[in-house]
Design a protein around this ligand. Structure first.
Ligand code: NAG
Ligand code: NAG
Ligand code: NAG
Ligand code: NAG
Ligand code: NAG
Ligand code: NAG
Ligand code: NAG
Ligand code: NAG
Ligand code: NAG
Ligand code: NAG
Ligand code: NAG
Ligand code: NAG
Length: 583
């Protein structure tokens, strides 16, 4: 026993002294692969291994740094299935490897196709083609084999399985590659936003014991609710039979920001407290204000395959000058959108974007022949309904004829049940992750106009109540903070800063989670920097949910993090339109 320990230590020392070229060989990678039977259901194919050093490459997370790493590819098949899943890994030089494995999230309907994201953190990392060519194909392109026929393999792989398996293979591969001693910890991290945030939640929920730290931003989870929400704005316009000029909605958003910015105690261009805006501001006060947007011409080249087609496809579209005053109808559309989805019984089916968020999904299209603004259905939502609900291989709904709010609720319910196990991604019991020491940093831009910030709040509340059913809210909060922390980012949009509200955005989340995981430093705030606007350069230490920021005065340089029951209540939802619990 002692001897083998010493042998392992000697090997590890050798690996540390080894150069990248020494380790980056097909034979070394093959010998590091987990043997068939070790990972039940995953048969690695050693003959597919490639390994070659890459020196001084640009890329990874930084545009200036260069990276040197071993570029590894390998395929596996699911036992007895005959499929092929291609993996790639980037393993840093032994001299700059810090015993870390890193998984990056993708976005939209894509998994990350880049394996080099971990290099900036001295981590090995990987990417998977999920068995459906995910390096170059978006999952929505393959979700149907044809009308009515769902590709469940791709659905489960995209949903959670591909990243979990890439991690399960990548960790022993990394250990073997560097000959890590058995008692050396390989710290494993996830980082992603939007669908990447959903992917991170899928890993925390399904492969919790594999991960030590996860950073999940604005997760696109509660998938059925989230995707149908993307057609809700159009449905409001159709129901109210009012198609606002985009400039009118822009004005409503701008006027809301101007009115609600001071409610948090400081006038800095940012609604740091959308809850106070919701509770204290009435959109009807904007009626009658004037708006103006200049005419705009935009050209697109089209996507023709030959020159002739391309010439035909190239289009110039012009939106006219928009000059008017905000109408009661325009305000009713905005209010309806911010209120969220209800069925005809008045039962809530879903929440919505915080007041003051942009209303992008509500953008209408200009018809230059009739000189009117018309219904435009965002394909984010339309494609979900056609492909995932109606199971028709179409890229968008063509209209909303006969579509009522009850229809939306039916669509949600269909998607909720059909993809409950694959895409919904809201399992609230994180015990395997928590009990093996996992740490979760979850954040969301408060004025996200794509995925509502309240969607994240609801999941946090679900985890709290499911995991700590017998504790008071205060006790549960204290227990949760030790491993799962949630932060709202004032003014921020979807996975980034928001030009309409130039506020803070977190800069060094990975530093924070590495310190938490590897050094036991439990965060008390997220470190965020304001990059533009009147407060450009200011650092704000963001409040941990459920505390909320409040500036003591206009001249304050930092806010207090306060408890405010009425505000928390305004973020708290139930969804009686469904019989199933909505986590
Ligand atoms: C694992 O099983 C696959 C077949 O499922 C086979 O092709 C492969 O060679 C096996 N790997 C090893 C290391 O034996
Ligand atoms: C990579 O960059 C380093 C530092 O600039 C340099 O010393 C080294 O020769 C380069 N390696 C290759 C293979 O270009
Ligand atoms: C990594 O290896 C694969 C397989 O040989 C190759 O296709 C790819 O271009 C390589 N990537 C880099 C950055 O060298
Ligand atoms: C809204 O505010 C933005 C940013 O200040 C500005 O660019 C835009 O023109 C405004 N739009 C309207 C309709 O007032
Ligand atoms: C806003 O004001 C209008 C008009 O006074 C009123 O009908 C409406 O109920 C108010 N809305 C809220 C949410 O208080
Ligand atoms: C409407 O726009 C199209 C291009 O989008 C253009 O070809 C056409 O001339 C325009 N019609 C009018 C009446 O302006
Ligand atoms: C908008 O229309 C009003 C009333 O017709 C006019 O007084 C004003 O000058 C117009 N504004 C712009 C910028 O064209
Ligand atoms: C569907 O989405 C596409 C792409 O976003 C858009 O161009 C098209 O106008 C939409 N269709 C309708 C009916 O709104
Ligand atoms: C799938 O269904 C749509 C809508 O009915 C139809 O337009 C399309 O042609 C069908 N596709 C095939 C391959 O049959
Ligand atoms: C809408 O529903 C009515 C009644 O069910 C039906 O007669 C009509 O054809 C439908 N219209 C469309 C465009 O589907
Ligand atoms: C916050 O982040 C900035 C930029 O990354 C860094 O310079 C600063 O040291 C960080 N502050 C704290 C308290 O972590
Ligand atoms: C804020 O600072 C300005 C200028 O420094 C000063 O005039 C003003 O009285 C201060 N306001 C408060 C509330 O302290």
């Amino acid at each position: 026993m002692r001897q083998s320990c010493r042998a392992v230590a000697a090997l590890a020392a050798t690996a540390k002294a080894a150069t990248l070229a020494d380790l980056c060989t097909v034979a070394n990678v093959q010998s590091a692969l987990p043997a068939n039977g070790t990972l039940v259901g995953i048969d690695l194919l050693p003959s597919t291994v490639t390994a070659s050093p890459v020196y001084n490459a640009t890329g990874g997370m930084s545009s200036t740094a260069t990276y040197t790493y071993c570029n590894v590819t390998v395929a596996y098949t699911h036992t007895g299935k005959g499929d092929i899943v291609n993996l790639k890994y980037a393993l840093p030089s032994p001299s700059s490897f810090s015993n870390r494995f890193y998984v990056a999230g993708g976005g939209g309907f894509s998994l990350s196709s880049d394996a080099t994201g971990g290099l900036a953190y001295d981590a090995a990392s990987g990417a998977t083609d999920a068995g459906y060519d995910a390096f170059s194909t978006s999952y929505d392109e393959v979700v149907l084999y044809g009308n009515g026929s769902i590709n469940w393999d791709a659905t489960h792989m995209f949903g959670y399985q591909a990243l979990g398996e890439m991690t399960q293979v990548g960790k022993p591969l990394t250990r073997g590659f560097y000959a890590l001693a058995d008692d050396t910890k390989l710290y494993t991290y996830f980082e992603g936003c939007s669908d990447g945030g959903r992917e991170g939640m899928s890993q925390v929920q399904r492969y919790g014991e594999e991960f030590d730290g996860a950073i999940t931003g604005a997760p696109a989870f509660r998938f059925a609710h989230q995707q149908v929400l993307h057609v809700y704005s159009s449905a409001v316009e159709q129901t109210l039979d009012y198609y606002p000029p985009p400039c009118e909605l822009e004005k409503i958003v701008n006027a809301t920001i101007a009115a609600c910015d001071p409610l948090d105690g400081r006038t800095d261009g940012v609604i740091s407290r959308t809850d106070l805006c919701m509770l204290n501001f009435n959109l009807t006060s904007i009626i009658g204000e004037s708006y103006y947007c200049a005419a705009e011409t935009s050209s697109s080249l089209g996507f023709g395959f030959n020159r002739k087609r391309q010439a035909q496809g190239s289009t110039t579209s012009t939106t006219p000058e928009q000059n008017g005053t905000v109408t009661a109808e325009g305000v009713a559309v905005a209010q309806g959108i911010y209120d969220g989805i209800f069925n005809s019984e008045g039962e809530r089916a879903y929440l919505s974007w915080q007041i003051g968020s942009e209303l992008g999904d509500a953008a209408t299209t200009y018809n230059n022949e009739t000189d009117t603004w018309e219904l435009n259905i965002p394909s984010t939502g339309g494609e979900y309904v056609t492909k995932f609900i109606q199971l028709l291989d179409l890229d968008n709904l063509s209209d909303l004829n006969n579509v009522t709010y009850d229809t939306l609720v039916d669509w949600i319910n269909t998607g909720f049940v059909r993809y409950y196990e694959s895409l919904q991604t809201t399992l609230p019991d994180l015990t395997p992750f928590q009990s093996t020491g996992g740490k979760l940093l979850h954040y969301h831009g408060e004025s996200d106009s794509s995925i509502p910030a309240a969607s994240s709040v609801h999941y946090w509340q679900s985890v709290r109540s499911i995991m700590y059913p017998d504790l008071s809210d205060e006790e549960a909060l204290a227990a949760l903070q030790e491993w799962y922390q949630f932060y709202l980012i004032p003014g921020a949009g979807h996975c980034g800063a928001n030009s309409l509200q130039p506020g803070p955005y977190p800069q060094n989340n990975m530093d924070i989670i590495i310190d938490w995981v590897e050094n036991g430093v439990q965060p008390t705030a997220l470190n965020a920097t304001v990059s533009s606007g009147v407060k450009a350069g200011e650092t704000q230490m963001l409040c941990q949910w459920p505390t909320r920021p409040l500036w003591a005065s206009e001249n304050a340089t930092s806010f207090d993090c306060v408890e405010d029951e009425a505000s928390i209540d305004s973020w708290t939802y139930t969804f009686p339109a469904f019989k199933l619990p909505v986590y």
